[in-house]
Design a protein around this ligand. Structure first.
Ligand SMILES: [Zn+2]
Ligand SMILES: [Zn+2]
Length: 257
């Protein structure tokens, strides 16, 4: 029997569970993205969108959570994870992550990290890098507090995740030739803040072009500036012709990779 190459390429799903930056609003929840690979689940940030995770995780595959940084819109969903019935949660973030997370996810605010129905292990990078063999690279981005960008190899695809950043060399490095660059679109065209660096849509497109990324997904829309989904659709209309495979994400959107 002849099996075509196309038939054995595994299909990966990228689900946008939360696509807002800063706060929840009628446009969606704060940021969380799920990469469904054949042998693992990789969750990117733990904004309030993470509460939807148990809609999609129904098997024993290991679950990894990568936290870019500790701004509340990226960790505030962590108090909901005790409802999940998973075997274990492996969290990866920067050096110092464990004491930071344990200082917030604790009594009297919520169930302390790891005291729920499954164990939680916090791994710090670069120390524990070998515990995530699918992590190809990580680098610090440009933000108001330290923030990591990541690049993964999953099911033969390279996926870069760089949110909460201004334009920087590390954004281009992580996105180099990626099958998908997931980045942010916090600012409106024409706006920049040196104090709290973020991307405008034009920046994100330029970064994807410079990096030679095959597809670009925009997420983490500042809920105060992008206060309707129409504002996101406007980006799609303005830029779809300038960027092949542009994805302007909204909550519960899924794409195949
Ligand atoms: Zn953010
Ligand atoms: Zn931030």
């Amino acid at each position: 029997m002849i099996i075509s190459t196309a038939a054995i390429i595994l299909c990966m799903k990228v689900r946008f569970l939360g696509t807002n930056g800063w706060f929840d609003s009628n446009t969606g929840n704060t940021i969380c993205t799920l990469l469904e690979a054949s042998d693992r689940y990789v969750v990117l940030d733990a904004g309030n969108g993470i509460y939807k995770l148990d809609r999609y995780i129904h098997d024993e595959k290991p679950v990894y959570l990568f936290l870019s940084h500790f701004h509340f819109d990226h960790i505030e969903g962590l108090h909901t994870i005790v409802k999940f019935r998973i075997r274990e949660l492996n969290i990866f973030s920067m050096e110092g992550a464990e004491p930071i997370l344990k200082a917030i996810i604790r009594k009297p605010y919520t169930v302390p990290l790891g005291e729920g129905p499954f164990p939680v292990v916090v791994h710090e990078l670069p120390r524990d890098r070998e515990k995530a063999t699918f992590l190809e690279d990580f680098e610090y981005l440009v933000h108001s507090d330290p923030c990591l960008g990541f690049r993964f190899k999953l099911d033969g695809r390279s996926i870069a995740y760089c949110t909460d950043t201004g334009i920087c060399d590390h954004l281009i490095k992580l996105g180099k030739g990626a099958d998908l660059l997931i980045t942010e679109c916090s600012e409106l065209s024409g706006r920049h803040s040196a104090l709290w660096p973020h991307l405008i849509p034009e920046d994100a497109l330029e970064a994807a072009k410079k990096a030679g990324a095959k597809r670009l997904a925009l997420t983490h829309f500042n809920a105060h500036l992008y206060d309707t989904l129409e504002a996101r659709k406007d980006i799609e209309e303005r830029f779809a012709g300038k960027c092949d495979g542009l994805v302007v994400a909204y909550d519960d959107m899924a794409i195949d990779l």
